[in-house]
Design a protein around this ligand. Structure first.
Ligand code: AMP
Length: 598
């Protein structure tokens, strides 16, 4: 046995060195690797309808890499999803001619990355799964240098496939993670990283996130001594699962004691798969029960290390819109390290976290130069003192630059050219170059570019809102209450237009404090357009609406019905969706108006 563990450890460490050496090699000459990557993409897809439209009959096969890069960026325009939508629609409807790629596209993924609340399709190919496997292995190798784990152990993976369905043309559609969990690469990842997920595939792909969560938790507890780390794609799923755990623990303990499965699990395939694994374990149930009784008294602080004593860290995307869940996650994780996971989108993987010991607030992502061809649009903030009324956007854009020309401290919007047929496609994410790993930039994820709150000349992004909500919610700690989740809406139907922020809170809070939270948030928007408009009352006082407990669960349920997977779920931080607004407004129990500019 010991010999086997030693062998496993050795082969895992060889695998780790191999992939890190590969990364060192490709990042050493990242600029060159980028031009080679572009060339490969263009050669593979030479002659497809979309490229022909811009290249005409120009022969690119024997062209020098630098000349090809110049030609490409001068002939092919920057686009957004809307520009490519008609092409993707034809593919979705069954047109098999080479439109965007030479290889026929058989899968489409639902992306949320560039959307305004509506999900959009992007092509998914074998290459997408392969890069997912590669970045997971690479990230695992960096993590194991800092937090070594026992080969052959288990991972409590709170992961979910959404429902896959067929488009009109017979293509398989679902979220990118859904395609990945169904792929051969997901199986290979477990073998290569020598860590095995607790749940069988029937649980991951049940299509009902509540049933999946229950089973993930049950099996995670069942294997609790073997669990080496706990993970999900986005931190939201971890919070969602542990909040459910606070309510479900007695039922879970019961199932562990008896070797049974709660009647809330109704899907026959899931029931069979889970019951095939578990058998009665009264002593484990007793231990968990005693721990939960202690934890309940301390607001579940340190839940993870207490119940999973051998876990080394918690691993998930905690940056961007997930930042607001870190506080709660730290409470659940106690002393355990929070390791922020890598940066990618349905369109392409982008960067890997090469410094896993950094706190999620400071994490950066080293761009992987073989995954796609990346360009960076330099963004300059508008001079706020000039005539802001003429501003149509929050930034002035300069011409895009290749990866080799980015500068430290500069903010950029990322543009990708992918193996899956997206050409100079604006991702809508704003990043800042924080430094370099060999020749490749390390990016700080700043936020999604799109403005979310705007009534007239005011411009606030998701990040602005997040900072404001953070400031306002700090006042809640006086009452030992906490913010569960939030969203917002720019109400322009009533005059003057104003912002509404919806909060779901856990705990009791005095109305006086909530009134203060509301004014604090109103005063914390620093955008010049907002401040001026508030002073002149052309934007009305900010409104804080407190919604009843469970409201955000209803929102998840509503959005899950649209084919979204909980694994990639991000609470919309601003919404004009009438169905969501109806839920929010029906569930509003208290309303406050700011007195900040009174
Ligand atoms: P999706 O289209 O659902 O795959 O979501 C992709 C989007 O999620 C990206 O465009 C980013 O806005 C966000 N995202 C992905 N990875 C990270 C990360 N590590 N940190 C912050 N935001 C991320």
């Amino acid at each position: 046995m010991e010999q086997k563990v030693a062998m496993n450890t050795r082969s895992k460490s060889n695998e780790d060195s191999e992939i890190i050496n590969w990364f060192d090699m490709v990042t050493e000459n990242a600029g060159l690797v980028q031009t080679q990557t572009l060339r490969r993409i263009l050669q593979l897809n030479y002659g497809v309808e979309y490229l022909k439209k811009w290249f005409g009959d120009i022969e690119i096969q024997d062209m020098d890499e630098n000349a090809l890069e110049t030609l490409y960026t001068s002939l092919v325009p920057l686009v957004s999803h809307a520009d490519l939508e008609p092409y993707i629609q034809r593919i979705s409807d069954g047109d098999t001619s080479p439109i965007l790629t030479q290889q026929p596209i058989t899968n489409l993924s639902l992306s949320s990355g560039t959307t305004e609340g509506r999900q959009k399709y992007v092509p998914f190919t074998r290459h997408s799964s392969q890069t997912t496997l590669q970045i997971f292995r690479l990230a695992a190798a960096y993590r194991s240098r800092v937090y070594p784990i026992r080969p052959g152990g288990r991972i409590l993976e709170l992961i979910y496939s959404s429902k896959q369905f067929k488009t009109k043309g017979g293509l398989t559609a679902g979220t990118a993670t859904t395609h990945y969990y169904a792929s051969e690469e997901f199986r290979i990842k477990q073998e290569k990283t020598k860590s095995f997920t607790c749940s069988p595939k029937e649980v991951i792909s049940s299509g009902d996130y509540k049933q999946s969560t229950y089973c993930h938790l049950l099996l995670g507890l069942y294997y609790s001594q073997e669990v080496e780390f706990i993970t999900s794609t986005f931190a939201y799923s971890l919070i969602q699962a542990f909040r459910s755990f606070e309510e479900l623990w007695q039922e879970l303990c019961n199932d562990i004691r008896e070797g049974t499965l709660s009647s809330r699990i109704t899907l026959p395939t899931v029931r069979k798969a889970v019951l095939d694994i578990i058998s009665p374990n009264p002593s484990l149930a007793e231990k968990i029960e005693a721990n939960c009784k202690d934890l309940e008294g301390s607001n579940w602080f340190g839940l993870i290390p207490k119940l999973w004593p051998n876990a080394k860290y918690v691993y998930s995307i905690m940056t961007g819109s997930m930042l607001s869940y870190i506080k709660k996650l730290r409470e659940y994780a106690g002393e355990l390290a929070l390791v922020s996971a890598d940066y990618g989108s349905t369109e392409s993987w982008i960067g890997v976290n090469v410094d896993p010991s950094k706190s999620p607030e400071n994490v950066t992502f080293a761009v992987v130069p073989t995954f796609s061809y990346f360009e960076f649009i330099p963004l300059r903030r508008q001079n706020k003192t000039k005539d802001y009324k003429s501003a149509t956007d929050d930034f002035i854009e300069d011409d895009p630059v290749p990866l080799s020309q980015v500068k430290i401290g500069q903010e950029y919007e990322i543009v990708v050219t992918t193996f899956t047929g997206l050409y100079r496609y604006r991702l809508g994410d704003v990043v800042e170059v924080a430094g370099f790993y060999k020749g490749t930039p390390k990016l700080n994820f700043i936020y999604r570019r799109k403005l979310i709150l705007t009534v007239n000349i005011d411009k606030n992004t998701e990040k602005d809102l997040q900072l404001v909500v953070e400031k306002g919610s700090q006042l809640l700690s006086r009452s030992h209450a906490e913010l569960v989740d939030f969203t917002s809406h720019a109400d322009i139907a009533n005059q003057p237009g104003h912002y509404i922020i919806y909060w779901e809170i856990k705990g009791e809070v005095d109305d006086r404090i909530l009134g203060e939270c509301c004014s604090e948030m109103d005063a914390s928007f620093v955008d010049h357009g907002y401040v001026v408009s508030r002073r002149t009352n052309s934007i009305g006082p900010l409104e804080l609406r407190i919604v009843e407990r469970g409201t955000f669960k209803k929102i998840v349920d509503q959005l899950m019905g649209n084919g979204a997977g909980i694994g990639q779920f991000k609470t919309p931080r601003c919404t004009s969706n009438q169905v969501l607004l109806k839920i929010l407004n029906l569930c509003t129990i208290k309303t406050f108006h700011s007195t900040a500019y009174a």
